[in-house]
Design a protein. Structure first.
Lengths: 336, 591
């Protein structure tokens, strides 16, 4: 197991290098191939009415006048070794992992991302708990009560959940429970260490809006998986042996359904950890998702690089955890 | 010994101030102004445009909370160009001059801030002398000196450190190649030869050419003093040294700013600001829809960005008489229009341009911008009515025939040799829904006279640097029209029209004279304005405006309006005309 983890971590490093290369190519190389010059790129960060000497200064400061391969090399070196930065009156050192300095606000990218990460983590993990518990429970009950009113109603709601985007359900939730009936007034992020109760109460609506979408999907997958598994011979055998129904369903039927659930859970959580963009923007919470939107709107290339690499890391990490969980769920699976 | 006298150029500023003050004398007897309410005592819709709503000098222990859907370019007064930040910085920075805190036209009046008076200028207009108040202090109790003001201006010269602010000093003062105090600090600190500091309270500015509007330039927060020892370059935005009624308590970058009372602020040194609450909080990156709903619910006190509510929020407010009474629909000083590039065929022909002027359906464009309430008033001039020097005229029947004048348009098409119309392209910012709708409205109305317009959408971020503001790109791609908008850097005709129409302002990138207008008539008007004063100078701006329209270089769209909502608990609320939004420096709370 230890060797597996080490191997995966090493692969993760190579994968992140590949992601950084592709991202760098998209945002730095492709515009060059389309005819944009370093001078034109630097002009975007000099404010209004720049004169050529000012643009050249900015080119030099941002390192845009260096060959692209050198710019990429410096960027990777900065992540690994750190980089010095001159704010004008002093020089500071940005240690590993230094994702460079924002082209727009000239502040280091990593601390900005780490400042936003707790928001995204709070939204993602809280919503994940809700959608797993809620989605799987509803799916199991629907499978056991196939064809009943409960089954039809819950699958109808699941269909709605899958169809309605978060910015719709979120805005409806805010309209009803924050503005009209102020059960959750003035929703904003409060750090868990600041006030745990306020942290939780402010996250209820974002959690529910996010979980509604995902739990619908999980309910449908669980139901389908359970229905398939419940028809298997070994389930009939387990019942014939006199096992309690709860054990038949929980230990035997549901377990077989968990593998695909864990697979998509890993992907979903990994993607969310990289930035719950729609939820954060809807509920005005400055997490990694909102950071991503601003980076793109501002064409802040170091910030875009940083958030893409961080999101990739979460996805790779989530997949690694999923692979480990497979061995727990299904004893037939062995890590090679 | 050369006698320094109050020259005509100095009189220009003083007379302009007097004229504006006279125009609003009924509404202002103090720096805040008298309030006005409906007969039953409740505020009414639009009250905050011409009067002060809930006037009060009472302090409270409360907290004012404001939200912004975006982030500032910087809270460093030397590194910002956003309109709301220019307004907001008065809470913690005192520049040499400020706009008088009063509602209505009065709010365009320039008055001394840190300066002790309006300054004096030499006979040839090349040397300005200012004195600062001797007893203004920073938040740490240190007395402000003239050297601190000089340094504040010096630091704006290095745009590799402070990229965002205006660049007027470099263009106006002698020593334009000064590199700034950040490179070779030992040599360059206080090394700007264009500004002398003979003593602790005197600054002498040396100009390249006469420029009567220098006090307006010094109204930017970039003239607010910065002690060299406290400067941290690009990090100064995290905690500027306050000379205003409030100071930074904390600033989480792009998240939240908290201001608290500045214990070393003296109200007598700045009658145009007030210190009435304990704390001011600004939350950044809040969804606009959320801001509007929080305002209506009373959870926050103002939308600090100041360009008005979004469509949904505005509809809620306008549909309710109670909510509407708390709203103001102010002309915010911005104009929306379309440039016609005079260098790109067929718009290089005056008659073709005039055909477009006549053909555009102004009502459809107004609707695209949000209608009469949230979009703006149909414009027939380039300058909006809130700019000093504005005069109304209507060469192309924008007001008399707002649906477009196809008959005159076809006459002009025939005159330009294209009786059946022509093909051209229109650049616009595709990530701005209102601008997209306005471009589409223009396309549809021009199609009525046979002008087929291809829409070319570009992102806002590099619209001016790489596309519409790149003359070579426009010419190469035969894009003869471009959507645009403008707000004056200062509320007179020079501040509004110079960068739009002066031939000297054409640039190879970041160009704002997208019409590529290089009309000797206009250029000479700008040049002559440097030697004029008072009413004669003010009259120049309307002449420039009229010449732009005679050249048919710009198709006016709307004088933009902002539907602003004021929390009923706020005191001293009014629209500061110079900024087109509420004056944040005087706000208080009822409780």
């Amino acid at each position: 197991m230890i060797f597996f983890i080490i191997r995966r971590l090493v692969m993760t490093v190579f994968l992140l290098l590949l992601v950084s290369l592709i991202t760098f190519a998209i945002f730095f190389l492709v515009p060059r191939l389309a005819g944009q010059t370093a001078y034109q790129l630097a002009a975007e960060y000099v404010g209004r009415n720049p004169v050529p000497s000012e643009i050249h200064q900015m080119e030099a400061k941002l390192g845009l006048n260096a060959p692209l391969w050198l710019q990429y090399g410096r960027y990777i070196k900065g992540i690994v070794v750190g980089v010095h930065y001159n704010s004008g009156t002093s020089t500071s050192f940005c240690p590993f992992p230094c994702f460079g300095y924002s082209f727009r606000n000239q502040e280091p990218v990593w601390p900005q991302m780490m400042s936003d990460a707790p928001v995204t983590l709070s939204i993602a993990i809280g919503a994940a708990v809700l959608w797993v518990v809620g989605g799987v429970s509803v799916g199991v009950l629907s499978a056991l009560r196939k064809g009943t009113l409960f089954d039809r109603f819950s699958m109808g709601v699941a269909l709605a959940g899958v169809s309605l985007p978060i910015f719709f359900t979120g805005l409806i939730a805010l309209e009803l429970f924050s503005y009209k009936w102020p059960i959750f007034p003035n929703v904003h992020y409060v750090g868990i260490t600041q006030n745990p109760l306020s942290w939780a109460s402010n996250l209820v609506l974002p959690w529910v809006a996010t979980a509604f979408l995902y739990s619908a999907l999980y309910a449908r997958i669980t139901r389908a998986g359970m229905l398939e598994t419940m028809g298997e011979d070994y389930i009939r055998t387990a019942r014939a042996k006199g096992l309690p129904e709860r054990r038949v369903i929980g230990k035997h039927a549901l377990r077989a359904t968990l593998t695909p659930l864990v697979t998509i859970f890993g992907m979903d959580l990994g993607l969310l950890l990289g930035g719950a963009i729609l939820t954060e923007v809807t509920f005005s919470m400055q997490g990694l998702g909102a950071f991503t939107i601003q980076a793109i709107n501002n064409q802040d290339l170091p910030e875009i690089m940083g958030v893409v690499m961080l999101a990739s890391f979460f996805i790779v990490l989530a997949n690694m955890v999923v692979d480990i969980l497979y061995t727990v769920i299904d004893p037939r699976v062995r890590i090679v | 010994m050369k006698r320094r006298v109050t020259t005509t150029a100095l009189a220009a500023v003083a007379l302009a101030a007097l004229a504006v003050t006279t125009a609003c004398s009924s509404s202002s007897t103090s720096a805040v102004g008298k309030g006005s309410t409906t007969p039953n005592g409740a505020p009414a819709f639009g009250e905050g445009i011409t009067t002060t709503v809930n006037p009060s000098s009472v302090s409270s222990n409360g907290t004012i909370t404001m939200d912004d859907h975006n982030t500032p370019d910087s809270f460093d007064g030397g590194n910002t160009y956003y309109a709301w930040v220019l307004d907001f910085t008065h809470l913690y920075e005192l520049p040499m001059f400020v706009y008088k805190s009063c509602p209505g036209l009065c709010g365009d009046t320039l008055v001394p801030g840190l300066a002790a008076d309006m300054g004096t200028v030499s006979d040839n207009g090349l040397t300005w002398t200012f004195h600062i108040q001797p007893d203004v202090k920073f938040e740490n109790g240190t007395v402000v000196t003239a050297a601190d003001v000089k340094y504040a201006i010096e630091r704006t010269y290095d745009r590799s450190v402070l990229a965002n602010g205006p660049t007027y000093y470099q263009a106006l003062l002698t020593d334009p190649t000064y590199p700034g105090p950040y490179k070779d600090r030992a040599k360059n600190l206080m090394g700007l030869t264009a500004i002398d500091v003979p003593n602790n309270t005197t600054l002498v500015f040396h100009l390249q050419a006469p420029f009567p509007d220098l006090p307006y330039v010094l109204a930017f927060p970039s003239s607010a003093p910065v002690p060299p020892a406290s400067d941290t370059g690009s990090n100064y935005q995290l905690h500027p040294m306050s000379t205003g009624p409030y100071m930074f308590q904390s600033y989480q970058l792009n998240k939240q700013l908290v201001l608290v009372k500045n214990p070393n602020w003296n109200a007598s040194t700045d009658p145009n600001a007030k210190q009435l609450v304990n704390k001011i909080i600004v939350n950044l990156n809040v969804n606009q829809s959320d801001i509007d709903n929080r305002l209506i619910a009373g959870d926050i006190d103002a939308d600090v960005y100041g360009v008005g509510m979004a469509t949904a929020g505005g509809a809620k407010v306008l549909a309710s008489s109670t909510l509407k009474a708390n709203a103001d629909d102010a002309i915010n000083g911005f104009a929306r229009f379309a440039y016609l590039d005079t260098q790109v065929a067929p718009m290089n022909n005056l008659h073709c341009r005039e055909a477009v002027e006549y053909a555009v359906n102004k009502t459809a464009v107004q609707d695209a911008w949000g209608g009469a309430f949230e979009g703006g008033a149909i414009a027939s001039t380039v300058m909006p009515p809130t700019v000093i020097g504005y005069k109304q005229f209507d060469y192309y029947k924008a007001l008399s025939m707002p649906g477009g004048d196809t008959a005159d348009a076809k006459t002009q098409l025939a005159a330009c040799g294209k009786p059946n119309g022509f093909n051209t392209s229109l650049a616009y910012r595709s990530d701005q829904p209102d601008e997209t709708a306005a471009a589409t409205a223009i396309q549809a109305s021009l199609a009525q006279v046979g002008i087929k317009v291809t829409l070319r959408g570009y992102p806002t971020g590099n619209y001016y640097t790489d596309f519409a503001g790149d003359p070579a790109y426009m010419a190469k791609n035969s894009i003869s029209m471009a959507m645009g908008g403008w707000g004056a850097d200062w509320p007179n005709g020079y501040g509004f029209l110079d960068e739009l129409s002066n031939g000297n302002s054409i640039a190879s990138t970041g160009n704002t004279n997208i019409s590529m207008l290089n009309d000797p008539v206009i250029n000479n008007l700008f040049k002559s304005s440097g030697t004029l004063s008072g009413a004669a100078r003010t009259a120049v701006w309307s002449e420039v405006d009229q010449q732009i329209m005679k050249d048919a270089a710009i198709v006016p769209g709307v004088y933009q309006k902002a539907l602003l909502y004021r929390n009923p608990d706020l005191t001293n609320v009014y629209v500061q005309q110079a900024y087109g939004m509420y004056n944040y420096a005087v706000l208080g709370l009822k409780s």
